[in-house]
Structure formats: C-alpha cells, structure tokens
Design a protein. Structure first.
Length: 246
C-alpha cells in the first residue's frame, strides 16, 4: 500500500528564500529587533524553546510569498537546528505560529497599520507590535492583542504580555553607543531588562566595588594591627608585658 505524506511534497526551509529581498529603508528596522533579540538571549540563556527572527520570511502557504515582519517571536520551537541556523521560518515544518510580530514603521508606510496588521490577525498572531518613531500626535508604540479574531489595542508603557512572561515598552537609553528611544523587554514589576553592554558595565562596577571593599578591609586590618602594636609598645614602656594580659 502506498503511503502518501502531503508534507513531503512541500518545499523545505532550505529551498525557500530567507526574505522578500525588500531592503530596509531605516536602520532602526534592524537595530530595534536586534536589541530585543539580544535582551532575550540574556534573559533566557538556558531556554532552548524560543526563536526570534529578524527580517525573515514566514512561509504559511506554499503558493504564496512569505510575510516578513521586522521581527517576530515564536515560543515552543527549537532555538536553532544546527550551526547554519534557520534560512527561513516555514509553518509546515515548525508547526508553531509565532506569538508576536513587530513592525518598525519608516517614513514610507508599507501597510503596517492596514494590510500587514490585517494579515497578522488573519494568520492568528496573538500580539502585533507597531513602533513609529516619527509620530508626534499619536502614540509611537502600539501593542495589539488578538481577541475574537480582531486586534484590540492595549494601553500602557510597558504593556505586560502574560503569554510571553515579559512586557514590552519604550524608553530612552543607549544601545551600541546610540542614545535615543528604544524598545525593551520588561519584567512583571515594570523594570526593563538591561542590555548586554549595561550588564557588562554593571558587572564591572560590581567587581570594582568588591575590590574597593576588599582594599578598605585590608586597610582597616592594617590600621588595627598598627594600633595594637602602638598599644603594646606603650604598655612595655610602663613596665607591663602585653603578652601577660592575654
């Protein structure tokens, strides 16, 4: 009897382009997702059940071109297959829809508030995050959650995402030497996760503080020893043997 496997007839991730080859027109479209991915790598160093893609094609239909968010997070999948990493994200291989899609809006709109948003909702992405650094009158950061097949806007900064176990928000900071407003992950208490550079600086400061405390303790011990020697000499000058007092 012939066994037919329909998945075997579909193209694999190695056979599909990794993106739609549309160049980004704003450097932030790479840097902001890159920061979020770096923060996750620091927050979840032991976890191997997540993947964060940047400008990577998500294939959901073998007959249609992929949808390519600036960034997306998927949970419950392998973090990496091998040293060559993922060439693309293929749903019929991963069997897991990403839980969050991120779009960093440039001065040239590409459907971030219309067609792309509708497509993410149709596919079933639980969260859709749109960040527009050029907005002045409207919120620059919008976080949507899929409720009854439609996106509902969630207010706040940061916005807590219980299914992910982190919040997402924006604030000014410095990343790669660039001072500006960035997107960050936050813990449940609303404290933002530190960047790799900030963690390295904090570790350096803690090391320096420990060294200073050690040096102060050594100085205090040396001073105490000097005082003890002076006291012993004074006792001897009075005809008292300090060793007999112990």
């Amino acid at each position: 009897m012939l066994n037919y496997d329909p998945l075997a007839c579909l193209p694999s991730s190695e056979e599909l382009p990794d993106s739609d080859d549309t160049p980004v027109d704003n450097e932030l479209q790479d840097l902001i997702p890159g920061l979020l991915k770096a923060l996750l790598a620091m927050a979840w160093p032991e976890r191997m059940d997540w993947f964060f893609g940047i400008d990577m094609g998500i294939y959901y239909d073998p007959d249609l071109p992929p949808i390519v968010p600036d960034g997306f997070l998927s949970l419950g999948v392998e973090r990496f297959y091998d040293e060559n990493l993922r060439p693309s994200y293929v749903l019929w291989e991963e069997k897991k829809l990403p839980i969050l899609a991120l779009e960093v809006v440039s001065q040239t709109y590409r459907g971030e508030y219309s067609t792309k948003k509708a497509e993410y909702a149709r596919l079933g992405f639980l969260y859709y995050v749109a960040y527009n650094p050029f907005r002045r009158r409207k919120p620059r950061l919008e976080v949507y959650k899929l409720v009854n097949n439609a996106y509902e806007l969630h207010d706040g900064n940061p916005v807590w995402l219980p299914e992910i176990g982190l919040g997402i928000g924006m604030e000014r900071g410095t990343y790669l030497g660039i001072p500006r407003e960035w997107l960050y992950w936050y813990d449940q208490q609303g404290q933002r996760l530190l960047t790799p550079q900030e963690q390295a600086k904090l570790a350096q400061q803690e090391t320096q503080q420990a060294q200073q405390e050690t040096q102060q303790a050594q100085q205090q011990a040396q001073l105490a020893q000097q005082r003890a020697q002076l006291l012993a000499e004074r006792l001897r000058s009075l005809g008292i043997d300090p060793d007999s007092l112990s």
